[in-house]
Design a protein around this ligand. Structure first.
Ligand code: ATP
Ligand code: MG
Length: 424
């Protein structure tokens, strides 16, 4: 016998109760985006490699070692998208959506990064993101945070998430800070690990983001970016904190929060949790006012976030909620072509009249006992039965399952009333 072919390492199948949880989360996100007035945008999975190189920055983990990059048949270098923001900007520019406009987008889809797979870290993972263009004030940053806050609340996971904010100033002031930081770490080079020594040359800010516990002490003594801000960035950060306080959103200022991507400025934020083993981030975002021009557009402020849905699903699964889809009504019928046809017609009629309800019908061979068993398996609330007797009398029987009332035969008119009273 041949060996089964397995999925690619770090890429998962999602099914059964997990899939139900995913669907609940995705539905919630779609509805919430609509409730906040954001518009849906969809973009390709493959992009030219140059897009990510130019936007994300050469000395980042993503570009250095995580991208799925290959030459297509024409020899063009393509990459599977590792994140959504750069693609959203590329699409916005190409489709003329950003010039002199204020736009608010949401997207949802798979991202790809060649990382070492572990709990909460996959090579194909799902991100949901919001991206706002043309608005440079803090209120929109607060709106993004309020959106997340509401999502956590409505999912019931607000208690395990905390908001960290920081500002990383302008790209210019950051250069000055970087010089100070490099000189501090050079003076303490013996306390650094190999990765950080390398980053000293390439991307010193990322040292602050190191997950190595041995570096905690040295990082806590490093100069703080908050001492290097210009007046504009300082004012912006004060306004952000003030607005969050006005709206009673709890936050923590985390001066080492820098984000791994080069294109951010001023506000950065993340939502993190202690409930997923190692401390981990489920959502990260910030302002990127220079990204649109970096990718060839006119100056256009931007701000957004991306949340990692795989990790959010794990949090949802830690609370005791059943996300399985409920079957509202189950149609059972004699296994005879004419009767089954009629039963299907009835099921279609109920689906038309009750579009929000889940109506199943038994398909395949099986006696009534087997069919009732299946109705139980799907935890249907109501069973509708079309036997030979009902078929001949133009009537139909129904029974509320898991309840002592007996099965009753109705005329079609009575049956409509029964549904009206019981399918709520
Ligand atoms: P991390 O520090 O965990 O590597 P990151 O800074 O690389 O995260 P971002 O690029 O900011 O992550 O992506 C936003 C969110 O996407 C993260 O907060 C996380 O929830 C999720 N995410 C990132 N990489 C992965 C992955 N490989 N598997 C699952 N989720 C991921
Ligand atoms: Mg990463």
């Amino acid at each position: 016998m041949q060996k089964n072919i397995q999925s690619v390492r770090g890429m998962r199948d999602i099914h059964s109760q997990d899939a139900a949880c995913w669907m609940y989360l995705e539905d919630s996100l779609k509805k919430l985006s609509n409730r906040y007035g954001y518009e849906y945008i969809k973009f390709p999975i493959l992009e030219k490699t140059a897009l990510f190189k130019r936007s994300i920055g050469d000395n980042t983990d993503i570009i250095e070692k995580e991208m799925y990059t290959f030459a297509d048949r024409n020899g063009d270098s393509l990459s599977m998208r590792p994140e959504g923001t750069a693609v959203c900007v590329r699409a916005g520019l190409q489709q003329g959506l950003l010039y002199n406009q204020r736009r608010k987008f949401w997207y949802l889809g798979s991202m790809f990064r060649h990382e070492r797979p572990q709990q909460g870290r996959y090579r194909q993972f799902e991100q949901f993101g919001l991206e706002v263009f043309g608005i440079s004030s803090v209120d929109v940053e607060v709106e993004l945070i309020l959106f997340c806050n509401r999502l956590w609340r409505e999912l019931g996971i607000e208690n395990v998430l905390q908001l960290n904010i920081n500002t990383i100033g302008t790209i210019e002031t950051r250069e000055e800070y970087k010089r100070e930081l490099v000189s501090f770490f050079r003076d303490n080079i013996d306390s650094l690990d190999e990765d950080s020594v390398r980053r000293l040359e390439t991307n010193p800010l990322r040292i602050l983001d190191s997950k190595n516990p041995n570096l905690k002490d040295i990082i806590s003594r490093a100069p703080s970016i908050l001492d290097y801000l210009d007046d504009g960035s300082k004012e912006h950060f004060i306004e952000l904190k003030k607005m969050l306080e006005n709206l009673k959103i709890t936050y923590r200022v985390k001066p080492t929060l820098v984000r791994g991507l080069d294109y951010y400025n001023d506000t950065v934020f993340e939502w993190s949790t202690d409930s997923l083993g190692a401390k981990s981030e489920v959502c990260a975002g910030g302002r990127y006012d220079k990204l649109v021009s970096l990718l060839g557009g006119h100056e256009c402020p931007g701000v957004g976030f991306a949340m990692g849905l795989d990790r959010i699903v794990s949090l949802m699964q830690q609370i005791d909620v059943n996300y399985n889809q409920k079957t509202d009504l189950f149609v059972i019928s004699d296994d005879i072509l004419s009767v089954r046809s009629k039963a299907m017609e009835i099921a279609e009629g109920i689906r038309s009249n009750y579009p929000d309800k889940s109506i199943m019908i038994y398909t395949g061979n099986g006696n009534f006992k087997k069919q009732f068993k299946e109705a139980d398996k799907y935890k249907a609330k109501v069973a509708v039965i079309l036997g030979d007797k009902e078929f001949k009398n133009d009537s139909i029987s129904a029974k509320i399952l898991n309840d002592d009332t007996s099965q009753t035969m109705y005329t079609m008119q009575e049956f409509d009333r029964f549904l009206h009273n019981n399918l709520v």
